[in-house]
Write a protein that binds this ligand. Structure first.
Ligand code: ASP
Length: 407
């Protein structure tokens, strides 16, 4: 995709046209829904074989177990620190802007949330291991697939020549899938257009969307301001500090992934494009992007963690319950865990928010207030989730080169 600026321009045209058509023609645009679905399914179809082959190739490319361990630690430290930064930014913004103060809470417990019991740390740990990998694949339950592939790849490296044959098989699978990603990207502008136009249309068009947004306008503004700050200030600073790369160029290279994230609201569905952009456009080494990005798409969600923290305090402000430092600290921890536990699929963050609210005794009904506009804010936070992963790949690549390869 190198130097294929045209793809980026077409995608931008797709987004703008999609927004304009969805805004003006409203529900009529649901007629193009099927085009978006085909694009989305084409991406999703590639996700499982891509994750399995990427992690096997990625982990075997790292070399011996100490190198894997060091790179793993660097990756996790990056994920945890950036997520922590994002939650702190979210908490600061929501305390500063107090978006919930003048809003009255009028909502019922949303269906789907009512049936969810709070997810605890043990639930998250349990979700790491699946008794049936085929079932996990069918349900796109990615965390156990990641764990399996990491261990499988690691074990293959200990099998000598025999293992090498299998690794080279997955290497070829990976290359073939990436070629398919390349092909899917040619229809990305059309797919992105259809996804945005039909979603905005289904939400009732521009006027209905605007009216919904204005109901909780200050909340939406707080979320967007915090997300933007993280995306424009924090993450690029980390990129410059560790890699000396130009963040604007890096952003341009990653933008097909970011726009796909915005239109699909799913980090997992976006993963094929995220890997393609990191390797082809931004020159991140293959082993770093194949190792960091599949894990990042599932566990590293800066935008989601920040959103959950802001939403919890917003609900507390709405019902007039002031939260002290210790409660905010609990929110900090649970929002981080809830983001790790959230799957990279649309609106997953809303469900794991149950855990955050219950940890400080806030009413789950509050989630109902966020429901109508979540389809939009979800897209925004997913874009930041993918931006965080993309920068992570470059940072880990650099640090690995410096501290792991170099001894
Ligand atoms: N949709 C988000 C993602 O895929 C998760 C969420 O916050 O709901 O990254």
């Amino acid at each position: 995709m190198k130097n294929n600026n045209w793809l980026l321009y077409f995608i931008l045209v797709g987004i703008i046209l999609g927004g304009i058509c969805g805004w003006w023609f409203g529900p009529q645009m649901t007629a193009v829904d099927w085009i978006g679905e085909i694009f989305l399914n084409a991406l999703k179809m590639l996700v499982i074989p891509l994750i399995i082959s990427s992690l096997i190739v990625g982990i075997s490319g790292l070399g011996d177990i100490t190198k894997v361990g060091k790179t793993g630690v660097i990756t996790l430290v990056y994920f945890m620190t950036t997520t922590a930064f994002s939650v702190v930014i979210g908490l600061s913004m929501v305390n500063l802007m107090t978006p919930g103060e003048s809003v009255e809470m009028v909502s019922d417990l949303p269906e789907g949330v009512a049936s969810k019991r709070a997810m605890g740390i043990t639930d998250i740990l349990q979700s790491f291991i699946s008794p049936n990998l085929v079932k996990s694949m069918m349900e796109m339950d990615i965390l156990p697939i990641i764990i399996f592939s990491l261990v499988f790849g690691g074990v293959l490296t200990t099998l000598g020549e025999k293992g090498k044959g299998v690794i080279s098989f997955f290497d070829t699978v990976n290359e073939a899938i990436m070629k398919m990603v390349h092909l899917v990207l040619y229809v990305a502008p059309l797919g992105i257009f259809a996804l945005i136009a039909s979603k905005l249309g289904a939400a009732g068009g521009g006027d209905a969307f605007w009216a919904e947004l204005m109901k909780i306008g200050k909340f939406a503004f707080t979320v967007l301001a915090a997300l933007l700050f993280h995306a424009i200030v924090v993450l690029p600073t980390i990129l410059i500090f560790f890699t000396r790369r130009n963040p604007i160029k890096y952003f341009k290279g990653a933008s097909p992934a970011l726009t796909t994230a915005f239109s699909t609201a799913s980090s997992s569905a976006t993963l094929p494009v995220t890997i393609e952009c990191a390797e082809e456009n931004n020159g991140v080494s293959r082993q770093a992007s194949l190792f960091v990005l599949p894990i990042g798409a599932t566990v590293n969600m800066d935008g989601t963690a920040m959103y959950e923290a802001i939403a919890a305090i917003f609900i507390a402000q709405m019902i007039g319950v002031p939260l002290g430092f210790s409660e905010q600290l609990i929110i900090f921890v649970t929002a981080t865990l809830a983001a790790i536990g959230a799957a990279g699929i649309p609106e997953a963050g809303l469900v794991t928010m149950v855990m955050v609210l219950q940890s400080v005794g806030l009413p789950l009904e509050g989630i109902g207030m966020l429901l109508s506009i979540d389809w939009f804010l979800d897209r925004c936070r997913t874009t930041i989730n993918v931006w965080g992963d993309s920068i992570g790949a470059a940072v880990v690549d650099k640090l690995e080169e410096k501290y792991v390869e170099g001894g």
